[in-house]
Ligand binder design. Structure first.
Ligand code: IMP
Ligand code: MG
Length: 328
C-alpha cells in the first residue's frame, strides 16, 4: 500500500499535521519525503511539543518507521543534521545518494538575486540548486562528507517496503508547471513528480491524499483571489506566520474551486484532507467524530466535496496530530 500526500493550495495547508496522524494510524514501514528542499516548513505538534521541520519527514512521530529523503530533494546538510537532533533520528533517517546539495553559494545567490526578491522566495537556496542541477553543474549530497553516514538507495528501499507513505511539499499552486508562474517554486509539486522524487513509478501508487485548508493562504508574491488585509484576517483568526521565514502569510477567506478542481485532476487525488475547520467554524475545536461537527461545518465540507468531486476523508479540528476526524 503506497500513499502520497500533497498540498492542494500554496503550501502551508497543514500537511505536517495530516501526515503525522497518518503515520501513527497507518503505521508505514517507510516514510519518504519528496518535494523541493528546505524551502518547505512543516509543523508537527505532538504530545505538547512543536516540531518545525524543513527536510526530515513529518511522519517521524511513528518511531518504528524508517525515514527517507528522495533523490529529487535538495539537501542543506546543516538543516538536516539539526533536525536529526530535534527528532532524535540519527539511526533511522537517510537520504538517497542521488540527491542534490544546497551550497552556501546557492543560499547567497537566492538572497541577493533581484528575481528572488520579486518572487519573494524563501532564500533557502533551493531555486539556485535546482538550476545548477539542470545546468549539469550542481553539487551532490556525496560531496558533503558530513552526510556520508546517511546516504542510502531510497529507490530500492521504497520499492521493497510493503507500506510506504510519501510526503510532498509546497502546494499545487506553487508548481513551476501548473501554478501562478512566475510566482512559483522551482519544481513541479504534483503527485507524479513527488512519486518520481522518491523513486516510485506511477503504477505503484494506491492513494493520493490532497491536503487543503478550509481557507487559503500564501507567502511571497503573486496573485491571491479575494485577499484580506492583515486586520480583516486577524478578525477571522486567519492571520498566519511562516514556519521557515516567519513572514506574515497573506490570506483569503475562500476556497478557490477552479484551482482546486485542477489540482485534484492533475494530482489524481483519491481523497482530500481539509484542515483548520475549527478556525473557520468556531465551536468545532478538537472534535473527533463527524456527527459532532456543527451543521454549518458539515454543510461546508459536503459542498466542497461536491464541487471538487473527491471525498473529504480527513478533517482537521485542532493543532495536535490527534485532533482529527478520520472517515476513511
Ligand atoms: P522558493 O521555493 O524559495 O524559490 O520560493 C518561491 C515561492 O514559493 C515563494 O513565494 C515562496 O514563499 C513559496 N514557497 C516555497 N516553499 C513553500 C512552502 O513550503 N510553503 C509555502 N510557500 C512556499
Ligand atoms: Mg509550510
Amino acid at each position: 500500500m503506497n500513499t502520497i500526500i500533497v498540498g492542494g493550495q500554496y503550501g502551508d495547508e497543514g500537511k505536517g499535521k495530516i501526515i503525522s496522524h497518518l503515520a501513527l494510524t497507518d503505521d508505514p514501514d517507510v516514510i519518504a519525503r519528496g518535494g523541493v528542499g528546505p524551502n518547505a516548513g512543516h509543523e508537527v505538534n505532538y504530545k505538547g511539543k512543536r516540531y518545525p521541520l524543513r527536510l526530515v519527514p513529518c511522519g517521524f512521530v511513528n518511531e518504528r518507521s524508517r525515514l527517507l529523503i528522495g533523490a529529487g530533494v535538495f539537501v542543506n546538510p546543516e538543516v538536516f543534521l539539526k533536525e536529526l537532533d530535534l527528532i532524535n533520528g540519527h539511526k533511522r533517517c537517510f537520504i538517497d545518494f542521488r540527491a542534490g546539495l544546497i551550497t552556501k553559494e546557492n543560499i547567497e545567490r537566492d538572497g541577493a538575486s533581484e528575481n528572488s526578491k520579486k518572487i519573494g522566495t524563501t532564500k533557502t537556496g533551493c531555486g539556485p540548486a535546482v538550476s545548477d542541477r539542470v545546468n549539469r553543474i550542481g553539487k551532490m549530497v556525496a560531496d558533503a562528507p558530513e552526510l556520508k553516514p546517511y546516504l542510502t538507495d531510497v529507490v530500492k528501499e521504497v520499492n521493497q517496503a510493503k507500506n510506504v507513505m510519501v510526503e510532498g511539499t509546497q502546494g499545487f499552486m506553487l508548481s513551476v508547471l501548473y501554478g501562478t508562474y512566475p510566482f512559483v517554486t522551482s519544481k513541479d509539486t504534483s503527485a507524479s513528480t513527488i512519486a518520481a522524487d522518491v523513486g516510485l513509478g506511477p503504477t505503484k501508487i494506491d492513494e493520493v491524499i490532497m491536503v487543503i485548508k478550509s481557507y487559503t493562504t500564501r507567502v511571497g508574491s503573486g496573485p491571491l483571489k479575494d485577499e484580506l488585509g492583515v486586520e480583516a484576517a486577524k478578525a477571522k483568526n486567519m492571520q498566519e506566520y511562516g514556519t521557515v521565514t516567519g513572514r506574515p502569510r497573506r490570506s483569503s477567506p475562500n476556497l478557490h474551486f477552479d484551482d482546486l478542481r485542477l489540482a485534484a485532476t492533475v494530482n489524481g487525488a483519491t481523497q482530500i484532507a481539509m484542515t483548520k475547520v475549527d478556525i473557520r467554524f468556531p465551536g468545532n475545536d478538537r472534535v473527533r467524530e463527524y456527527a459532532e461537527l456543527t451543521k454549518e461545518a458539515r454543510a461546508f465540507i459536503e459542498d466542497a466535496e461536491r464541487k471538487m468531486g473527491v471525498p473529504i476523508t480527513l478533517i482537521g479540528t485542532g493543532p495536535d496530530a490527534l485532533d482529527i476526524i478520520d472517515r476513511r
